[in-house]
Design a protein around this ligand. Structure first.
Ligand code: B12
Ligand code: SF4
Length: 500
């Protein structure tokens, strides 16, 4: 069969737009299908427009989506069915439809795959290639489909053993020539369970990971294919098992696979400076860290397990070990005020954080937050394209929705990416790298100087991106209700919200 995967484009500009990183779900599934003899291709709209002549020939079409890309996914399904006139079955999966399968079925998908689909997709393929007995379909876990008007949902699938999965073949992605950085996902699940996150609901509680041997094989596979490229450990929480992380760093060193690595880790990994030193020795250059908030009450309420008073100190430890930081903050928690936004900007400047992403709280389906906001009738915008962290979609508690929107997207981001601020940071970082070289604490000073330069470019790009976002954000302000909650009276004066 000729199987096509489609990853719809993001609805608007986002800070990761510069260097596109594909999600690996489709690559993972279609590598398995390819190894069973099917011809497979993936079209990521963010890379190239969909070549419809090819898509029209597909025997099966897989569409992947997250919440913000779901409307585009549904539009594509409509286009495939109505304009392209394809009769191929359309499968959809990912972190949005897992929790709203009936929405996807109503929008034209033939089969919805909930949770992880590595095994259920293989079973489905076998079913599709056989007699297609409807009763057998019911024995495939984690799928939803319609018979007549009736929706059927089979029980969730079992957790996949990650060592059984092949390395995703990125050549399946059409037009993805030589990635500037290769994404690797080496774990699923998380030992934490933050209120606003759907990781646990999606992949289950507890942390599963691919063995070091398999990860080393993955790296060697990509080295053979692309040469020694930087690698981004893209999973939500790469360092959740510290001993495994240390074993992996040692394996990287033993196998001579040192190069520039980035990864998403928690800030409290800094409790173990020796682990950070080992990471730096293996080539870790940049940590993507969900700081979430500087507000102690918000941190407590979301169950973060890190206090705001510890954050500055932990940040310093990362820096001392030669690891730069991309900090991700969320604003709009129930205890957040305009003061929280101000404090967060101050903290980023004071702690010399290299790059920063300010996000507005998103009630994503699958999270406890989503259920709570729905129950409290606090969501005012159900347009999923706005669920990208750049738009307020709910009534915050201690400020108005407009104040939150303006303070984060129109005030905070531009303040952080001021040119003077960027140049000062560039000089400070280079001085720190120089001192690290002198004290022999940093393992790869040349690479670190290069990383400092990359930070400079990323911040300059970030400044441009925030500027570009201004117009659509101002447009969006018109859609935000002039009330502070569903029950309150209209606000008389909005001008105060422009100042923070
Ligand atoms: C890598 C990553 C990124 C990368 C690249 C993402 C990209 N190109 O869109 C970066 C860092 C750039 C990023 C950015 C963002 N991300 Co992100 N990201 C991830 C992360 C950590 C890994 C994705 C991945 O490759 N997973 C591994 C694969 C194997 O899992 P999977 O994609 O879910 O696929 C499996 C199943 O879902 C299913 N499946 C998926 N699709 C399909 C399709 C079919 C037909 C079938 C049968 C099965 C199937 O089978 C797959 C194999 O089991 C996930 C969390 C996670 N653990 O998945 C978050 C996650 C996808 N991101 C999320 C979010 C919110 C964002 C941002 C909006 C954050 C922001 N405001 O900046 C942006 C949006 C970017 C955009 N495109 O618009 C959320 C999405 C939640 C939601 N419901 O929308 C997630 C789930 C994190 C979370 N726990 O909240 N992200
Ligand atoms: S936000 Fe991060 S730490 Fe919290 S549950 Fe999600 S993946 Fe785990």
């Amino acid at each position: 069969m000729y199987i096509v995967g489609i990853e719809p484009k993001a609805p608007g500009l986002h800070v990761f737009g510069k260097a596109y990183t594909p999600r690996l779900g489709l690559a993972q599934l279609l590598t398995i299908a390819e190894q069973s003899g099917h011809q497979c291709e993936i079209f990521c709209e963010e890379i190239t427009p969909i070549p419809w002549d090819k898509a029209a020939r597909a025997d099966m079409i897989l569409v992947s989506s997250i919440t913000s890309t779901a409307p585009r996914a549904y539009a594509l399904i409509k286009q495939i069915k109505e304009d392209v006139n394809s009769t191929a079955p359309i499968l959809i999966g990912g972190a949005h439809v897992t929790f709203l399968p009936e929405e996807a079925l109503a929008q034209g998908a033939d089969y919805v795959f909930r949770h992880e689909a590595d095994e259920s997709f293989v079973q489905f393929l076998e079913w599709w290639m056989s007699q297609r007995n409807p009763r057998e379909l019911l024995s495939i876990p984690g799928i939803s489909f319609k018979i007549g008007d009736q929706c059927h949902h089979t029980p969730p699938p079992a957790r996949v053993d990650l060592d059984t999965l092949p390395t995703p073949n990125l050549d399946l992605i059409y037009g993805y020539e030589k990635p500037s950085s290769i994404s690797l996902i080496t774990s699923r699940g998380c030992p934490w369970n933050c209120d606003f996150c759907s990781e646990i609901a999606m992949f289950g509680k507890g942390y599963r990971f691919r063995s070091e041997q398999k990860v080393i094989e993955d790296i060697k596979y990509y080295d053979r294919r692309y040469g020694k490229s930087p690698i981004f450990f893209a999973e939500d929480n790469f360092g959740a098992n510290r001993l495994r992380l240390e074993r992996l760093c040692n394996s990287i060193l033993d196998n001579g696979l040192v190069r520039s690595y980035d990864g998403q880790v928690r800030l409290d990994l800094a409790k173990h400076p020796k682990t950070l030193a080992l990471m730096n020795r293996a080539g870790f250059q940049r940590a993507y860290i969900g700081y979430e908030s500087t507000n102690p009450e918000s941190l407590e309420a979301m169950g973060k397990g890190i206090g705001s008073d510890e954050m500055g100190h932990y940040t310093k430890i990362f820096h001392k070990r030669g690891i730069a930081i991309h900090a991700m903050w969320i604003l709009g928690f129930d205890d957040d005020t305009l003061e929280t936004v101000k404090n967060t900007i101050k903290a980023c400047i004071k702690w010399r954080i290299e790059t920063t992403q300010f996000l507005i709280l998103v009630p994503i389906p699958g999270s406890r937050l989503y259920e709570r906001f729905k129950k409290e009738n606090r969501i005012f915008n159900w347009d999923w394209t706005k669920y990208d962290g750049h738009h307020v979609t709910f009534y915050p508690k201690k400020m108005t929705a407009r104040q939150l929107q303006i303070s984060v997207m129109l005030d905070a981001m531009p303040k952080l990416y001021r040119l003077g601020q960027t140049l000062r940071l560039f000089i400070q970082n280079n001085m720190r790298t120089g001192i690290g070289l002198f004290s022999r604490r940093h393992w790869h000073p040349v690479r670190e100087f290069k990383a400092n330069r990359l930070t400079l470019f990323a911040r300059i790009w970030g400044k441009g991106a925030t500027k570009k976002m201004k117009k659509p954000i101002r447009e969006y302000l018109k859609q935000i209700p002039l009330i502070s909650s569903r029950t309150s009276a209209p606000l008389s004066d909005e001008s105060s919200s422009h100042q923070i």
